[in-house]
Design a protein around this ligand. Structure first.
Ligand code: APR
Ligand code: PHB
Length: 390
């Protein structure tokens, strides 16, 4: 088989890249090790920056997003018994975010790819990347019992944090930067109206809590939990009681319990692999970086990587211009590190750190108090939350 760009991974990064290249008349093949149903079964955040929405519009997959997505012009911080609204629109000249589950975005992209007939190999096993240090890279895999070889011009490694792409690189070629946080997030999904029209990020001495949503009828809640927490130790009643204790009185009073339809625990870490290009292989999304979910940047960083990569590939094929691809890693990493900083800062601001000193906790409290009283500090938070320019 032959294609122009072989894409490894059918998550948001791989699917969005595939659709943007298809719209530009560039041929791709997507290789995904899981089934489509499995990919759609993943529960992930869905706070979309306007830049991400614009890319989905460019890819021709934004109709349902515009029909069902929820525009949010602000969100709330809750601490010291009070709620502090961050007026995103007022602080950023009208910018906002859109709430639309990542699962729905992935579904829209999968359906668009199926409709345009671009090839996707789901349940492709033993994917192997070869000769990406040349102008004639190859990808091989086992698909439906057959060994397949795909000749291509470029490989896009969109295979997430446990993928084969960055694992294919010699350790000496990569510079890894990582921070593990000493806690995780226990998440619950429930078919009940959200406690508030806008998200509430709560910081309490018992721990962090987040009140989010997927729609006007489906809520998503998180509690900071110690490493090693077992889901079995958190029946619904305990979850709702603990959540109430961490919220401000207004939000706690409005909280409505409901049976959980999904319950899971996720670790928090920051990670960046540099550079994001190796010859004909380009890394994008979680394959190159991970952020703690506090700032809702994971999906949006995957989108901005894809924006830069698609721009470089289109420039190569349409105008014979190499500059976009040559600048890809440096351009993507410049934005990645700013989002890594913001995600680390918001996580540090709102969570309880088991090994923090009394001085650390005083500084953290002062940071929260300063933020609550400073329009300049809120504006800095707001411009990062709505998304820095591409
Ligand atoms: N071969 C083929 N596919 C693979 C391989 C492999 N060896 N390894 C992983 N994959 C697939 C995974 O099954 C997954 O579907 O690559 C895809 C990677 O998708 P994501 O992990 O969702 O990563 P990305 O597309 O970069 O999207 C980042 O997803 O995980 C969230 O928080 C993250 O919101 C962010 C977004
Ligand atoms: C979510 O709805 O899952 C969500 C929202 C905002 C975040 C993280 C997760 O910062």
């Amino acid at each position: 088989m032959r294609t122009q760009v072989a894409i490894i991974g059918a998550g948001p990064a791989g699917l969005l890249l595939g659709q943007l290249l298809h719209v530009a008349g560039i041929d791709t093949i997507i290789l995904e090790r899981r089934s489509g149903d499995y990919v759609l079964s993943r529960i992930r955040a869905g706070v979309l920056e306007q830049g991400t929405v614009a890319l989905l519009e460019q890819a021709g997959v934004a109709a349902r997003l515009h029909a069902e997505g929820l525009r949010h012009d602000g969100f709330n911080l809750a601490y010291d018994g009070a709620r502090h609204r961050i007026d995103l629109a007022g602080l950023t000249g009208g910018r906002h975010v859109t709430i639309y589950g990542q699962t729905e975005m992935t579904r829209d992209l999968m359906q668009a790819r199926a409709a345009c007939g671009a090839p996707s190999l789901y349940e492709a096993a033993e994917v192997h990347l070869a000769d990406f240090d040349s102008a004639h890279p190859r990808v091989t895999c086992l698909f439906e019992g057959q060994r397949i070889e795909i000749a291509c011009d470029f490989i896009a490694g969109c295979d997430g944090s446990h993928g084969v792409s960055h694992a294919s690189l010699p350790a000496a070629a990569l510079s890894l930067h990582e921070r593990h946080y000493p806690f995780g997030w226990l998440g619950v999904m429930a078919d009940v109206a959200p406690v508030s029209d806008e998200l509430v990020y709560a910081s309490h001495e018992r721990g962090f809590a987040l009140c989010s949503m997927r729609s006007a009828h489906r809520s998503r809640y998180y509690l900071q939990c110690p490493l090693g927490t077992e889901i079995a130790d958190w029946p619904d009643a305990r979850f709702w009681d603990e959540l109430r204790q961490r919220l401000d009185p207004q939000t706690a009073a409005a909280l409505v319990d409901a049976p959980s339809i999904e319950k899971s625990i996720a670790p928090l870490r920051s990670f960046v692999a540099e550079p994001m290009r190796f010859g004909s292989l380009f890394l994008a999304g979680d394959a190159a970086h991970i952020v703690p979910p506090t700032g809702a940047k994971g999906l949006n960083l995957a989108a901005s990587d894809v924006h830069y990569l698609a721009e470089g590939l289109i420039g190569h094929y349409r105008e014979g211009r190499a500059s976009g691809l040559e600048a890809y890693s440096q351009r993507a990493l410049a934005r990645v590190w700013k989002a890594e900083r913001f995600s680390w800062w918001m996580t540090s601001l709102l969570h309880q750190f088991p090994d923090s000193s009394p001085f650390d906790r005083k500084i953290q409290a002062a940071e929260r108090a300063y933020l609550a009283g400073s329009r300049a500090a809120m504006a800095a938070l707001a411009e990062n939350y709505v998304g820095l320019p591409f």
